[in-house]
Unconditional design. Structure first.
Length: 187
């Protein structure tokens, strides 16, 4: 989930790009816990990953995507880094499909680890953890291309479509959404 070129996204999308890095670290920690078959730590990290992606996705759905798609059609010139409106809509629809996939996969995985926490059969626990690991790896794989699309295109569109004041307002709204994680994670 790292930045994919030498020029980092500017202003408004910076909190989202930074969040990609943090989520990536969390994802790697989760995969390590799953490899070690540490069920309590795996559940804790998986639940946190699910929540972190949820607030990230919420920030994009409530703040980022509307800020792009609500721009006047005349601003979508297809030049100087600006997409055509149809391209922007198509890319954002694709990102929304990815978001549905991520939340569905991770939600199913969380529910799988929630099942019968008193289970003591190590074979059952191992099989369950391997199923969760496969789901997490699918999410990780899809996140790579998803984040490249966001960081190399969508996040940069904000910089060419919105004026400075709107970018600063958007950045504040995005930060608010990302920081609004469920209280159970505020330790």
């Amino acid at each position: 989930m790292s930045h994919t070129d030498n020029q980092p996204p500017l202003e408004a999308a910076r909190p989202l790009a930074d969040d990609h890095l943090e989520v990536d670290l969390l994802l790697h920690a989760l995969l390590a816990a799953l490899e070690q078959e540490n069920q309590p730590q795996s559940f804790e990290l998986l639940d946190l990953l699910w929540a972190r992606l949820a607030v990230h996705i919420r920030a994009e759905h409530l703040c980022l995507f509307p800020s792009i798609l609500d721009e006047p059609p005349i601003n979508f010139t297809g030049s100087d880094g600006t997409p055509q409106y149809d391209e922007a809509k198509r890319v954002i629809d694709s990102l929304r499909d990815d978001h549905e996939f991520f939340m569905s996969e991770l939600g199913t995985a969380v529910n799988s680890l929630r099942k019968d926490p008193s289970q003591s059969d190590q074979d059952v626990i191992s099989e369950r953890l391997q199923d969760v690991r496969r789901s997490v790896v699918k999410v990780q794989s899809r996140l790579i291309t998803h984040n490249q699309l966001e960081e190399n295109h969508v996040y940069k569109w904000v910089n060419v479509l919105l004026g400075e004041a709107r970018r600063l307002t958007l950045m504040a709204r995005i930060r608010h959404e990302i920081e609004n994680i469920p209280p159970r994670f505020n330790v």
